[in-house]
Write a protein that binds this ligand. Structure first.
Ligand code: HSE
Length: 401
């Protein structure tokens, strides 16, 4: 029998307990051991909950319980999760977590402690919820050089953009709906400002390149400036708007970016709707691959955490090697990267001024919107910025992928 302690009895923690208990028999067959949730750490009490007797409020109780072999961390945030997880790993326990803040910031260190202590630190659920992506990157695609990762990595914003596009819903209304459905982070900025997607692409890029990409180094923009007019233009251009977390190698240089982008409506990511996430990975040998599933929500995320618990049980005393060194992964200046931009300006701005600043552009017009909207030629980000600075009236810009 293997005893597990679950840290955090919120949406995901409760989901993990439910998965481990509901599927206990089939999980036992696959793990080769009975897995029992022995303790649950939470500040709250849960009167009437079938697991109420397992709830403790002090981590010391778990730390000092020698019968616990695996710790599941679903608290979210860096502290106190980091201290608890590090303590558990140093004690030789294995840890499964869904916490992307923790993994993005301390992944390399926690993996190295797990290796030293012959335990495991697994975090499949930290990116893409129920989508298998960490294992594919660290195992199945390990023979490839990864040249691009482009992901719809945040369920809340994809849900919002889909509703805005398909049903013309307003931003605030649709955010509230996503929050009610339990997809959103505690603070909505983490989703809508792109911070959540930023941590996830930092994790995936670190794993793909085996070194620490600091999420603070990734230029990150959210979806708060996206309006219903943008969707009208996107439709006219046969494109759709997606919040992408991307990292890619071009001419030997590594770039990373999180921002809303216009993608062709035939791009494999264009059909990813609602709370679904997808991660497009291009390897130099395997070519294009895509991983798809529910990126948020109680049971999809809990399913991935519980599978990590099973893997920990199957590898008791054996470390599953994950290459993620603490050495810093340097990004190239994305100001040097060239692409096209879709730009909206007030109708009054003369086309001559626009072309003088941006060079030749392709105008885009939609019925009922009186603006100057256009697609620039291919230009470096820093050249775009320089041209855009000449106007104080830019209504919006979306990069074209
Ligand atoms: N708030 C996140 C999302 C949860 O919407 O994708 C999963 O990380």
């Amino acid at each position: 029998m293997i005893n597990v302690a679950v840290l955090g009895y919120g949406t995901i923690g409760a989901g993990v307990v439910a998965v481990l208990q509901t599927n206990a028999d089939s999980i036992e067959k696959k793990a080769g051991e009975r897995i029992v949730v022995k303790r649950i750490l939470d500040l709250r009490d849960f009167p009437g909950d079938p697991n109420q007797d397992k709830v403790v409020h002090d981590y010391k109780v778990i730390e000092e319980d020698d019968d616990i072999q695996i710790v599941v961390e679903c608290m979210g945030g860096v502290e106190p999760a980091y201290t608890f997880v590090k303590t558990a790993l140093l004690q030789g326990r294995s840890v499964a977590t869904s916490n992307k803040e923790l993994v993005a910031k301390h992944g390399a260190e926690l993996i190295s402690i797990a290796e030293e202590k012959r335990g495991n630190f697994l975090f499949e659920a930290s990116v893409g919820g129920g989508i298998p992506i960490i294992r594919p990157l660290t195992q199945c695609l390990t023979a490839d050089v990864i040249e691009e990762i482009s992901g719809i990595l945040n369920g809340t914003t994809n849900y919002m953009l889909t509703k805005m596009e398909d049903e013309g819903m307003a931003f605030d209304e649709v955010l509230k709906e996503a929050q009610d459905k339990g997809y959103a982070e505690l603070h909505p900025e983490a989703d809508i400002e792109g911070y959540d997607a930023c941590r996830k692409i930092a994790i995936l890029t670190s794993l793909a390149h085996g070194k620490q990409l600091d999420f603070e180094d990734i230029h990150t923009e959210g979806i708060t400036h996206i309006t219903s007019e943008d969707f009208l233009y996107a439709q006219k251009m046969n494109k759709c708007i997606k919040l992408l977390g991307k990292s890619w190698v071009k001419e030997g240089k590594l770039y990373a970016l999180v921002c809303p982008m216009l993608i062709d409506k035939y791009h494999p990511l264009a059909g990813v709707k609602g709370v679904f996430n997808a991660i497009f990975v291009h390897g130099n040998m395997v070519d294009d691959t895509m991983f798809y599933g529910q990126g948020a929500g109680k049971y999809p995320t809990a399913s991935a955490v519980a599978a990590d618990v099973v893997d920990c049980v199957k590898h008791m005393g054996t470390h599953i090697k994950i290459i993620w060194e603490p050495e810093k992964l340097e990004l190239s200046d994305f100001g040097e990267f060239s692409r096209q931009y879709f730009v909206r300006m007030p109708y009054e701005v003369p086309m001559e001024d626009i072309m003088e600043a941006f060079g030749p552009v392709e105008q885009v017009e939609v019925e009922g919107v009186k603006e100057k909207a256009f697609i620039t030629g291919v230009m470096k980000e820093k050249e775009y910025m320089k041209a855009a600075k000449r106007f104080d009236t830019i209504l919006g810009m979306i990069r074209i992928d």
